[in-house]
Design a protein around this ligand. Structure first.
Ligand code: NCD
Ligand code: ZN
Length: 436
């Protein structure tokens, strides 16, 4: 049995943010109360040994749930695999991750869904939930067997990495997904507007002499998908929202009652395109970093709930790929191990976003929307939990990362504030930054 003493519990599912004692037994939260005596705890343990943790000055919250990670298995295990990615997850404070389907081959049938799920179980760290593609071969034309894939364990459907350019295919996908109750996750990008663009079109792309992707490449598809979700009453989730116009469109759609949620990535909340230099392939990401105004709109959207969730879009690539010239390097930032600390350091500490909101947006909201276990510490809940120490300081060094990827903009930077204990189903899987 675990006894976490005098820890600041953040649990948005019960609107709790206060010091408490917490007992965990048999993989579940047993009790949360303002104080417990040694006798009371001994009695509840009924002879079982007690691991007591002094939680003073630390936060305890439900394990983070990341609805957007690329784990690259099967097919690109030089970038990442399910074992390394799910170890990186628990090191970063994530106890559930949804694995994107743009692997090689893409996850477009039940056998492959089952393969990803089994590999996740075999790894035994974060819960790994497979996302299936929407279309066969991710070709944007023919829908997959959604019901069958759901039976196999698919948690959602997405052609992420590409956009379904054909509006009729997207409309049918929203319509058919209703029968499964699962969401369609849309990577909003008009491929003709995006063209061969390498970064956001604007002053910075002109300065660097690179082809730009206009903000409208995202927003026109956001508008289309919102209208299709409204018409079909399908369940839509918008991935990695990055522009002022998209936030505005989502805000208005929600007022009309459209069944939509949206996510924002830490890098879009932290950086804008001004910081980019021609050698910064590590910050080359899709959708590209936007303007200052975009960043402000995203922060406001996250604050007011227009953007429901934070998600990493962990996109591991090899150092060799990222060492290519800017125009030839792949899009993506690897972030499972650094995302929570980066958000803490850049957004919570300066008072831009509260930790309560961060926890809500990264655990409770994803659990609710995707119908997943976790995201709550109400007694009886699964003990997927994070102990976060705001004082713990660490330099992000390649040697300490457990992900195979090194494509993080935070390499060699010092952060203060890290998850220092992580439990999955009551089992300790990370302690003092070491994956167990
Ligand atoms: C993603 C990847 O690498 O798979 N890259 C990224 O920059 N986000 C694909 C994608 O979602 O565009
Ligand atoms: Zn994407």
């Amino acid at each position: 049995m675990w006894w976490l003493k005098d820890v600041w519990v953040i649990d948005p599912s019960q609107k709790l943010s206060a010091p408490r004692d917490v007992l965990v037994q048999g993989g579940q939260v047993l009790e949360i109360s303002s104080s417990m005596t040694e006798e009371e705890v001994l009695e509840k343990a009924q002879g079982e040994s007690i691991d007591a943790v002094n939680g003073q000055g630390k936060f305890l919250f439900p394990g983070l749930i990341d609805v957007h990670t690329h784990l690259r298995e099967p097919g690109q295990e030089d970038k990442e695999d399910i074992l390394s990615g799910s170890r990186a997850a628990v090191r970063g404070g994530f106890t559930t991750i949804l694995a994107m389907a743009n692997t090689q081959p893409v996850i477009d049938n039940r056998a492959l869904v089952e393969f990803v799920r089994r590999q996740g179980e075999r790894a035994g760290y974060a819960h790994v939930l497979p996302i299936g593609t929407v279309t066969k071969g991710m070709q944007g034309a023919e829908l997959v067997e959604m019901a069958d894939m759901k039976e196999g364990g698919a948690a959602a459907f997405s052609d992420d990495g590409k956009n379904i350019q054909n509006g009729e295919v997207m409309r049918l996908a929203l319509e058919y997904a209703k029968l499964t109750g699962l969401l369609i996750i849309s990577h909003c990008e008009d491929k003709y507007l995006a063209g061969e663009g390498q970064m956001r079109r604007g002053v910075a792309s002109a300065r660097m002499g690179l082809k730009g992707i206009p903000a409208s490449a995202e927003s026109v598809i956001v508008a289309r998908d919102l209208l299709l979700a409204e018409e079909t009453e399908g369940k839509l989730h918008l991935a990695h929202i990055s522009t002022v116009e998209s936030v505005d469109l989502i805000r208005r759609a929600k007022k009309r009652g459209v069944n939509v949620t949206a996510e924002v990535n830490p890098h879009h909340l932290i950086f804008c395109d001004e910081v980019l230099g021609i050698t910064d392939t590590v910050l080359k990401v899709n959708p590209p970093l936007g303007s200052r105004a975009d960043r402000e709109a995203l922060i406001e959207g996250l604050r007011d709930g227009t953007l429901d969730m934070i998600a990493t879009d962990h996109a591991p690539h090899t150092q060799a790929e990222k060492a290519r010239p800017f125009a030839e390097a792949p899009f993506g930032i690897a972030s499972l191990e650094t995302a929570l600390s980066a958000v803490w350091q850049h957004l919570v500490v300066p008072g831009i976003i509260s930790m309560d909101r961060v926890v809500e947006a990264w655990s409770f909201s994803p659990a609710q929307r995707f119908g997943l276990q976790g995201g709550s510490l109400v007694p009886g809940s699964v003990a997927d939990m994070v102990l976060f120490d705001p004082e713990f300081s660490e330099v992000i060094e390649p040697a300490t990362l457990v992900s195979k990827a090194r494509n993080t903009p935070f390499l060699h930077k010092t952060f203060q504030g890290f998850p220092v204990m992580v439990w999955v189903e009551g089992r300790l899987v990370q302690r003092d930054r070491k994956v167990l």
